[in-house]
Design a protein around this ligand. Structure first.
Ligand SMILES: Cc1cc2nc3c(=O)[nH]c(=O)nc-3n(C[C@H](O)[C@H](O)[C@H](O)COP(=O)(O)O)c2cc1C
Ligand SMILES: Nc1ncnc2c1ncn2[C@@H]1O[C@H](COP(=O)(O)OP(=O)(O)OP(=O)(O)O)[C@@H](O)[C@H]1O
Ligand SMILES: [Mg+2]
Length: 472
């Protein structure tokens, strides 16, 4: 089986682990349900293309395991036995529709075409067929994945069936690693900068892949697999709603910051001022920021990112917060603002302060700051520090920083520095050069002043012995 062989021969250990897990889920589903009771929801997108090939491999391995095949069958002799449904829509990209049909043809997939909306189509299908489980190419970053597991019953209000999500835990990189390793065809739109494909009305190529072709003066895009930050996969998809513009700009659990993309921050149209400002503030009270994430400014994207950082449940309307908003907006308080009152379920505290028109939100170890500019951030930060009601902020002492400069080259300082960083594991050592030929500045940061000074002395000694060796 060519897919199984390609993965086994690859030396990408992460991909192998993801593949094995997905195959395990598929095989469990095939053991739990008969072949007539399962269906595959295929739409020609990259995730469902991955799933198609996983299902081909999973079914093949299942057959071998149960002794129905000796494993010698050529893949093309194999008719794909799982009922496959495609919800065809007039607003689908023609490239996606034709890829879906062509792929089905190539792999012996019999397509059941449904032309209703998802819910009505599934209701009709489940009445007519004994289907009990449906395979979907949903992944954890998708807005619809929130709260789902690899086996998740359909939601209430939907006909009853089991949603089986074998690639739920796959990242954007995993998807591309699989498609490229297995050398399978995918829809050509992904080579034109599309990174996630919805309808023709809400999808454009991902601006992060744009290359300006100066000769012709028109835009060109790199292929989807070149997008380095998979979290921005949906940057080419229009937002479902613009209900909460300006809300929830910064979330920090002490080590990570999430910043919704305001006014196309992520496209470089405006300069990010909140991120650096918040980093400085966190640093001043002893926190290190290890990551800043920029996400779309909508409820789903923020919830997903928070979910990734700290497992937290769905966004639900919060009455107390709604009350604050209605006081703030008075008569202008509309349905849209109701959306703004959606907070993560399991919220632990609303942090009130006289200087804040609306309280800050704290959920477990995540603090949500709702500033839209640096001035507002200052006010919210002061209120947060002032209240000191969170142990997140109180337990840490500030950093002590020292630095020295040297005219030695990077290569000459590399070895002494790595020795010192082993000797002083709790001191953060960094290097930077303001210009390529200028002196190298070495910074030392830590909570214990004596240790910072000891590390600096130790490196000075080591560097001066390098200088002596050079001058000898
Ligand atoms: C086979 C299948 C099963 C689905 N099951 C559910 C479900 O149980 N609950 C739900 O809220 N949406 C379900 N959906 C809808 C998807 O979550 C859908 O992608 C989402 O509502 C957004 O669709 P849109 O982006 O096309 O508007 C299902 C869709 C498909 C194709
Ligand atoms: N029109 C459709 N017909 C059948 N299944 C669908 C349809 N739209 C979505 N699905 C199912 O939902 C899954 C998730 O859709 P989603 O759009 O997130 O992924 P994709 O289309 O496979 O890839 P991409 O994120 O690149 O668009 C699909 O993999 C597929 O299983
Ligand atoms: Mg899609």
């Amino acid at each position: 089986m060519e897919i199984d062989k390609a993965i086994r021969e690859s030396d990408d250990r992460r991909l192998k682990a993801k593949y094995n897990n997905a195959i395990y889920v598929i095989q469990r589903a095939l053991a739990l349900y008969s072949i007539e009771e399962v269906a595959f929801s295929f739409n020609g997108g990259k995730d469902s293309t991955v799933l198609l090939h996983l299902l081909r491999a999973g079914h093949f391995l299942h057959q071998v395991e149960y002794g129905h095949s000796n494993g010698d069958l050529s893949d093309r002799e194999f008719t794909f036995p799982i009922r496959t449904i495609y919800f065809e829509s007039p607003s689908a990209f023609p490239e996606i529709s034709s890829f879906t049909y062509e792929t089905a043809d190539s792999y012996g997939v019999q397509l059941d075409i449904l032309r209703q909306d998802f819910k009505s189509g599934l209701e009709a299908l489940l009445k007519a067929k004994p289907i009990r489980a449906i395979f979907l190419g949903v992944r954890i970053g998708d807005p619809t994945a929130v709260g789902q597991e690899q086996f998740s019953p359909s939601s209430s209000g939907w006909p009853p069936f089991m949603r089986v999500n074998p690639i739920l835990d796959w990242s954007y990189r995993d998807v591309w690693a699989f498609l490229l390793t297995c050398k399978v065809q995918y829809c050509g739109l992904y080579d034109q900068g599309y990174t996630s494909i919805g309808s023709i009305h809400d999808t454009v190529p991902n601006a992060l892949l744009c290359i300006k072709d100066s000769a012709v003066g028109k835009q060109k895009f790199r292929p989807a697999y070149m997008l380095s930050d998979g979290r921005l996969e949906r940057a080419g998809r229009a937002r479902k709603s613009s209900l909460i513009a300006g809300r929830v700009p910064a979330v920090s659990n002490g080590l990570k910051c999430v910043e919704p993309n305001q006014s196309s921050l992520s496209f470089g149209i405006i300069e990010d001022q909140l991120g650096p400002s918040l980093c400085r503030k966190l640093h001043s009270i002893g926190w290190l920021v290890s990551q800043i994430a920029i996400v779309q400014n909508d409820v789903d994207s923020v919830a997903e990112e928070v979910e990734r950082r700290k497992s937290m449940s769905d966004m639900v309307p919060d009455e107390e917060y709604k009350e604050y908003l209605s006081q703030l907006f008075g008569d202008k308080y509309t349905g849209d603002h109701n959306e703004m009152a959606r907070l993560p379920e399991g919220i632990t505290e609303l942090l009130q302060h006289e200087k804040l028109p609306v309280p800050l939100i704290m959920c477990h170890n995540v603090i949500v700051l709702s500033a839209t500019n640096v001035d507002e951030l200052d006010v919210q930060w002061d209120a947060l520090i002032d209240s000191r009601s969170t142990s997140l902020l109180t337990s840490l002492g500030p950093f002590v920083s020292k630095h020295l400069t040297t005219s030695l080259t990077d290569i000459e300082v590399a070895q002494p520095l790595s020795k010192i960083s082993v000797e002083f594991p709790d001191i953060y050592i960094g290097c930077y050069r303001k210009s390529r030929t200028g002196p190298l500045a070495i910074t030392f940061e830590g909570k214990d002043q004596e240790k910072v000074e000891a590390a600096m002395e130790a490196i000075s000694l080591k560097l001066s012995s390098v200088v002596k060796q050079i001058s000898l």
